[in-house]
Write a protein that binds this ligand. Structure first.
Ligand code: ASP
Length: 425
């Protein structure tokens, strides 16, 4: 009898719990928005009190893990791979995959938006241009130079992923080369890595509570009326995101690895739900590495490199939003885009994706870069700002799925993949 109860308990896995938390959070948020009257209890105690503290507390716990985890696991990963040739191969493959899928995502977004015409018939009144944040232009040369850390402690303290990646790769390769001479340091990092993975597991147990609170807070705050005039725009973004996530990625996954895409999505779902509720690719890194390792069968040697890199430079979901937004704003202002302008959008949105940090709402800021490149008014961003929160959630889930699909493909090609783990339920 007790055993039976035990089994029943075990069956509710983390995936199911997170899924229930997502739905329950959305329902609770909508009910609170429409049923509970505005005032101290709703706004101060519930939304900005309990939901805010528990939801953001959970995000902070995840963020706390990112820098030490990326540093230790990347050092261990590159140490295990050892030779620079293999690392270079993995690096080149990953970069090519990331850039191509981003360019493809922008093209897809432009095509979907050109069919749906989300901006035709938009009223241009009520635009509050003052609220639009402009992206500070950083030259390409500086962007490249900034990859090399001047002071690694500064980069670690600021959570600058690219310099951390460069430093960790060099340390790992050299530790492998030094062998016994540096065994104490190598062991230190490998034990720190175990510790960080252990910590990730503990924090992940809290995911259902965190997800529930974050979603409930969002839905309690936004109400459905703001969406109505923007339905066509939202539909275009969501459709393009869905095609990218469930068709393009899954075809690529199947084509390159012959793995079952449905099984992949099922296993990766908790990470997507986490990214959806937090809107931050960066905070998703620990959960992504852990899930890909334990459930999908991807070696950490590969994922510890490709996942943080992807969370920093590969934002397919963001570039989809930017592609649709360009067409939407152009149509709303009655400006037609030449084929050359379209090509410019593909190029700049791909570059903007590299420059977009994996934190909430940054995609809107880098959108100014894309609009400027083809002379569209950046004031147009004010139109889409109000409803961007919900799209940010969706695009972040797509952003991290792109990283995971690429990681799985590269890991399979490098023979760093455990098929038994993928096949297990
Ligand atoms: N929130 C997104 C991410 O973290 C970035 C963005 O599009 O604003 O991936």
């Amino acid at each position: 009898m007790e055993k039976k109860q035990d089994n029943a308990k075990k069956k509710v896995g983390l995936t199911t719990k997170i899924f229930i938390a997502l739905l329950a959070g959305a329902v609770a948020g909508i009910v609170i928005h429409y049923v509970v009257p505005a005032g101290f209890v709703r706004d101060t105690v519930l939304v900005n009190g309990i939901f805010y503290v528990l939801g953001n507390g959970f995000i902070r716990l995840m963020q706390m893990l990112v820098v030490p985890l990326v540093l230790c696991s990347l050092i261990c990963g590159s140490m295990a791979i050892g030779d620079t040739k293999t690392l270079g191969k993995v690096g080149v493959k990953t970069m090519v995959f990331y850039l191509c899928t981003t360019a493809l995502a922008v093209c897809l977004a432009l095509a979907v938006a050109s069919v749906i015409n989300p901006g035709i018939g938009m009223s241009m009144k009520d635009i509050d241009a003052s609220s639009v944040t402009q992206a500070a232009p950083v030259s390409l040369v500086d962007t490249l130079l900034n990859i090399i850390p001047k002071n690694i402690f500064h980069s670690l303290a600021n959570g600058d992923m690219l310099p951390i990646i460069v430093f960790a790769l060099i340390v790992g390769v050299l530790l492998a080369k030094m062998g016994n001479r540096a065994s104490v340091v190598a062991n230190f990092f490998s034990q720190c890595n175990d510790l960080m993975m252990e910590m990730t597991m503990v924090v992940m147990k809290l995911a259902p509570i965190g997800v529930f609170c974050l979603i409930a807070k969002t839905f309690a705050g936004i109400g459905l009326d703001a969406f109505l005039p923007m339905l066509k725009y939202m539909f275009s973004v969501i459709l393009a995101l869905a095609i990218q996530c469930f068709v393009v990625y899954q075809l690529l996954l199947f084509f390159f690895t012959r793995l079952n895409p449905f099984r992949f999505i099922k296993k990766f779902f908790p990470v997507m739900a986490f990214a959806f509720s937090t809107s931050t690719s960066n905070a998703t890194i620990p959960m992504s590495i852990d899930t890909l390792h334990k459930k999908v069968g991807v070696s950490k040697q590969i994922s510890s490199f490709t996942i943080p890199l992807g969370a920093t430079i590969n934002m397919d979901g963001t570039s989809i939003m930017q592609g649709v937004a360009v067409i939407f704003i152009a149509q709303a202002y009655g400006i037609s885009l030449s084929p050359a302008a379209i090509a410019t959008v593909v190029a700049t949105a791909t570059i903007a994706s590299i420059g977009t940090a994996g934190v909430p709402s940054v995609g809107l800021v880098t959108l100014t870069m894309v609009l400027n490149s083809v002379g569209l008014p950046t004031e147009g961003i004010a139109l889409i700002m109000g409803i961007d929160r919900i799209l940010d959630m969706l695009r972040t889930a797509v952003n991290i799925t792109g990283d995971a699909v690429c990681t799985t493909i590269v890991s399979k090609q490098q023979n760093a993949f455990d098929q038994k783990v993928f096949d297990a339920d």
